[in-house]
Design a protein around this ligand. Structure first.
Ligand SMILES: Cc1cc2nc3c(=O)[nH]c(=O)nc-3n(C[C@H](O)[C@H](O)[C@H](O)COP(=O)(O)O)c2cc1C
Length: 219
């Protein structure tokens, strides 16, 4: 049976969006820097029961400007730097090596909120990447040790054997660090806080950084 595109279109149309009730957001009371507001909004998302509120979409581009995006976990936000960790040999790792710029997008549906971040990408010192790696579960360390995150999977049995061997290695040597594992940081030069409104009077506040000073604009 082929998919009925018309029925699908109707199903999509029938799904509610920004149905609310949604919280208010008064940009006049917003703090002077986006890190503080993000921490406040994250707390609100946690309190509202948003699942995985630290999950965000990371967008990168390849050498000819083709974008790609995937979901990652935010590891930390410190002094305007939004950290995430991944393998340097993955698609995102290669794309970031070629074009060290990225966008991050958080979406918290229950609150009708999104946060959008743009900036240059840097890599952390080796010891910080290692500390992030060692803080992961043995299974996650084993998977990263294989370093095959974005490679084509040819043989399930071969992969299962390789994972088993990697698990044994990280168990045997708890200080072992995957050389590819990298802690990246987006040095934000733009952060937008977007509060949806049931009546579509959405409230948008954009922080823009020049040197070390943030300015704010309503959009
Ligand atoms: C909720 C969630 C959290 C994820 N967290 C990470 C992460 O922190 N690091 C990571 O490398 N991949 C993470 N992934 C997997 C990525 O989405 C992606 O599949 C993988 O990194 C390969 O991406 P790439 O081929 O574009 O490089 C996560 C996926 C989901 C759904």
């Amino acid at each position: 049976m082929t998919m009925d595109a018309k029925a699908l279109q109707q199903r999509l149309r029938d799904l509610p969006s920004l149905a609310g009730p949604l919280p208010p957001f008064d940009p006049a009371t917003a703090p002077g820097d986006p890190d503080t507001l993000f921490a406040e909004w994250l707390d609100a998302a946690i309190a509202a029961g948003v699942l995985e509120p630290h999950a965000m979409t990371l967008s990168t581009v390849d050498p000819i400007g083709r974008p790609s995006a995937r979901v990652l976990i935010l590891k930390n936000l410190r002094a305007g730097v939004w950290q995430f960790a991944s393998g340097s040999g993955s698609r995102k790792g290669k794309e970031l090596a070629g074009t060290p710029r990225a966008a991050l997008t958080f979406h918290w549906p229950v609150l009708g909120r999104q946060v959008r971040v743009r900036g240059a990408v840097t890599t952390a010192a080796a010891q910080d990447s290692a500390a992030d790696y060692l803080g992961r579960s043995p299974g996650a360390r084993a998977a990263a040790l294989l370093g095959l995150q974005s490679e084509v999977l040819v043989d399930d049995a071969e992969r299962a054997a390789a994972v088993l061997e990697a698990v044994e290695r990280v168990t045997r040597d708890p200080a072992l660090v995957a050389p590819e594992w990298t802690l990246f940081g987006v040095e934000a030069d733009e952060v937008e806080f977007w509060q949806g409104d049931e009546a579509r009077q959405h409230v948008r506040l954009r922080y823009t950084r020049r040197d070390d000073t943030w300015s704010r604009d309503r959009l």
